[in-house]
Design a protein around this ligand. Structure first.
Ligand code: AMP
Ligand code: MN
Ligand code: MN
Length: 324
């Protein structure tokens, strides 16, 4: 009961009870854990305090539009006082994009996250690298708040945990993950509806991009490293968006010989988002740390500010070093 995380959670709840203008923000290029955790906590705080502000810092991929209370995520300006900012699933302030300005203005920051690379930038830090998803921490948090976890909150938490664990398959999945999810299932959430929305609603454009990108797969080190690069041109050709790259990297990791899968996304001519996944040997968070990024042992990301072919050479060189 007296572990440091529990104490921090209690302090955070006290602060939430005291503060008036509360904002929640998560990272740019949002994923299911980001959006699911954000909405779950937002709904819980709304039950407690009557209102909550949820900052939109990037476009929401259409995959998550089905989530309850998604309309809470919206643009805000800086004209109101910000007493408390709660950041979720973000290992440093860089990750929250334009939310940084809100962080500078906030009187207090609560940082809730599960990345090992989190730099504890908050006044209160609830960082638990053993949690498979930020959604697991939020489940505990809402329980400690004494707020009833209803079907809508449970739907968002299930989405957070399912997406960050690759549907409970990745090595970050623990018995606690399953215990939490079993509690969510008891609440009667519609897993069929959630799973169809999350995993069986791929558009034709996304499918075409998938085929097109995999045909450009390059491998190195006897097939241990696999790379796919997505250019703006490829998006245009297939009528797809960058969010449609979802799923490509896990497909690359699914190749038998692959230890490290790499996806390069050309956000701009000299801004390449790098995603890395590994199977059982290489700590990819260490590789991404070299480029001011971060993440987890088996899933990490960073940005390289070079053109896509240079970025590819740079990341391949760095990955190769970690095999030695
Ligand atoms: P991605 O490849 O973007 O899906 O990210 C994989 C994991 O690494 C996720 O847990 C991300 O939150 C984390 N991550 C991605 N990019 C960064 C970054 N620039 N800095 C820190 N963590 C990141
Ligand atoms: Mn995330
Ligand atoms: Mn996460």
């Amino acid at each position: 009961m007296n572990n440091p995380i529990d104490i921090s959670i209690e302090k955070a709840i006290e602060l939430i009870k005291k503060c008036k203008n509360i904002y929640i923000v998560s990272h740019v290029q949002p994923d299911g854990d980001n959006i699911g955790s954000t909405l779950a906590l937002a709904m819980a705080i709304k039950k407690l305090k009557g209102n909550i502000n949820v900052l939109k810092v990037d476009n929401i991929p259409s995959d998550y539009e089905f989530l309850p209370s998604i309309e809470l995520i919206k643009n805000h300006n800086l004209d109101k006082p910000i007493e408390l900012l709660i950041t979720l699933d973000s290992s440093d302030l860089e990750r929250i994009g334009k939310g940084r300005k809100f962080a500078e203005k906030a009187k207090y920051i609560i940082n809730i996250d599960h990345h090992i690379t989190n730099d504890n930038f908050g006044d209160i830090n609830i960082v638990s690298p053993k949690a498979a998803a930020t959604g697991e921490i939020i489940y505990q948090f809402i329980e400690k708040m004494g707020i009833d976890i209803d079907k809508d909150i449970a739907t968002c938490l299930y989405t957070a945990i399912s997406t960050d664990t690759g549907s409970f398959m990745y090595s970050n999945t623990t018995y606690k993950t399953h215990l939490i999810v079993s509690e969510l299932l008891k609440l009667g959430i519609d897993t069929d509806y959630i799973n169809i929305n999350l995993y069986q609603s791929r558009s034709i454009a996304r499918t075409k991009l998938f085929i097109n990108s995999l045909s450009s797969l390059e491998t190195f080190l006897e097939g241990k490293i696999g790379i796919v690069a997505i250019t703006q041109e490829m998006l245009k050709t297939n009528g797809a968006k960058m969010e449609d790259t979802e799923g490509i990297i896990s497909f690359i990791r699914g190749i038998k010989s692959i230890e490290v899968a790499c996806l390069l996304k050309e956000l701009d001519e000299k801004e390449i988002k790098v995603s890395l996944r590994s199977k059982k040997q290489i700590d990819v968070s260490k590789i991404c740390n070299k480029f001011n990024g971060g993440g987890h042992v088996r899933a990490a990301g960073c940005t390289i500010y070079e053109n896509i072919s240079k970025a590819k050479n740079i990341i391949v060189e760095e990955i190769l070093l970690h095999f030695r």
